[in-house]
Design a protein around this ligand. Structure first.
Ligand SMILES: Cc1ncc(C[n+]2csc(CCOP(=O)(O)OP(=O)(O)O)c2C)c(N)n1
Ligand SMILES: [Mg+2]
Length: 342
């Protein structure tokens, strides 16, 4: 489109107070994914506390419903880009627990042969394109992934997860602008957990809703309760269906909360105790669990069985990763440069 002929018609703020009525099996699927991410995170922190592994860990506890609902809409060959606080996104996209845990532990059998580690979990085989440690840096990468899908006419879409702090980084604005101009199949998911490192949302962000920023880029935008499976599923469905239909990108601001501070060891003094307690009391995964049982969609015993199976899989993955070898020194210089594929 050239000169002044562009029509800026795509801007729309979609009302996400409306919740989707979801088929019971889909809802249980969202719960199973979210519970898997929760139990995995619980185990990871316990293993660190026991001194069995070291390193930096950015817990995503509290934010699990967001990727669980998104993955209920995504196809296996769609793409996801995420960030250091990303275990929930990685599990939801289908990275195997063994491969994931081995990579987190820096083992040779990890998804990047132990050379990526927690900050760079990548598993192209299931569409997890990359995990980044630089705030906001995954956002333009997802634009490139979306451009590739568009050029190949593959019908695939790219989802990128980032935090509220990342929405104040220049790359966020450049990426949204380009995705809008080129009508790319990208879904920008801001997981607004109300804090950027140790800075409260209102101290660092000029708008009350990040979703409002979508209007600057003529982009379909939604402000949604990311802890509500039905609302989150509806937002994901609108955005993903639109991207797949050639109707361009969307911005979803999913409001949530993180339960364990910025990283393991954070004293969390900047987070009001009553605010934290209220968030934990309303644990979205446990809330969904109770809802499913109350509605009669599954019995308590059926859910307990599901959780037992998840815990067995987690045990298996941790045992596998602990026993796995570290990368050989000869690996130091392999995979440093790409090879020509064309
Ligand atoms: C470009 C850049 N600046 C600063 C940092 C240090 N840093 C790491 S995480 C973080 C806060 C990001 O907050 P947010 O985007 O809300 O994500 P959250 O950690 O809350 O999930 C900062 C400032 C970094 N990694 N990269
Ligand atoms: Mg944040």
């Amino acid at each position: 489109m050239r000169g002044s002929t562009r029509e800026y018609g795509m801007t729309s703020q979609i009302d996400t107070d409306v919740r989707e009525s979801i088929d019971a099996d889909v809802l249980v699927g969202i719960f199973a994914t979210a519970m898997k991410a929760k139990l995995y995170d619980d185990r990871y922190r316990a293993t660190m506390r026991a001194g069995k592994i070291s390193g930096m860990y950015y817990s995503a506890r509290g934010q699990e419903i967001i990727p669980a609902a998104i993955s209920a809409v995504l196809a296996p060959d769609d793409f996801v880009v995420t960030m250091y606080r990303g275990v929930h996104d990685q599990i939801a996209k289908g990275v195997s627990l063994r491969t994931l845990t081995a990579e987190l532990f820096g083992r040779a059998t990890g998804s990047c042969k132990g050379k990526g580690g927690p900050m760079h979990i990548t598993d192209v085989s299931c569409g997890l394109i990359v995990t980044t440690g630089v705030v906001g840096s995954g956002i333009p990468i997802a634009v490139g992934v979306g451009l590739s899908a568009q050029m190949r006419r593959s019908g695939q879409v790219a989802v990128v997860n980032f935090g509220d702090g990342a929405a104040n980084i220049g790359a966020f604005h450049e990426a949204l602008n380009l995705a809008s101009i080129w009508n790319l199949p990208v879904i920008f998911v801001c997981q607004n957990n109300r804090y950027a490192e140790y800075t409260a949302y209102s101290e660092g962000t000029s708008v009350d809703q990040i979703a409002k920023r979508g209007a600057s880029y003529s982009m379909r935008s939604m402000h949604v309760d990311g802890n509500d499976a039905r609302a989150m599923y509806r937002a994901a469905r609108i955005a993903i269906d639109a991207a797949r239909a050639g109707e361009g990108p969307s911005l979803i601001e999913a409001v949530t909360y993180r339960f364990h501070g910025h990283l393991m060891g954070d004293a969390m003094e900047y987070m009001p105790k009553d605010e934290l307690k209220a968030a934990i009391d309303a644990d979205p995964v446990l809330r969904l669990r109770a809802e499913i049982i109350a509605a009669g969609d599954r019995t308590e015993a059926e859910i307990a069985d599901l959780e037992r199976q998840i815990l067995e899989d987690i045990d298996d993955a941790f045992n596998y990763a602990i026993a796995a070898p570290l990368p050989d020194i000869a690996e130091l210089t392999t995979d440093v440069y790409g090879t020509e594929t064309r």
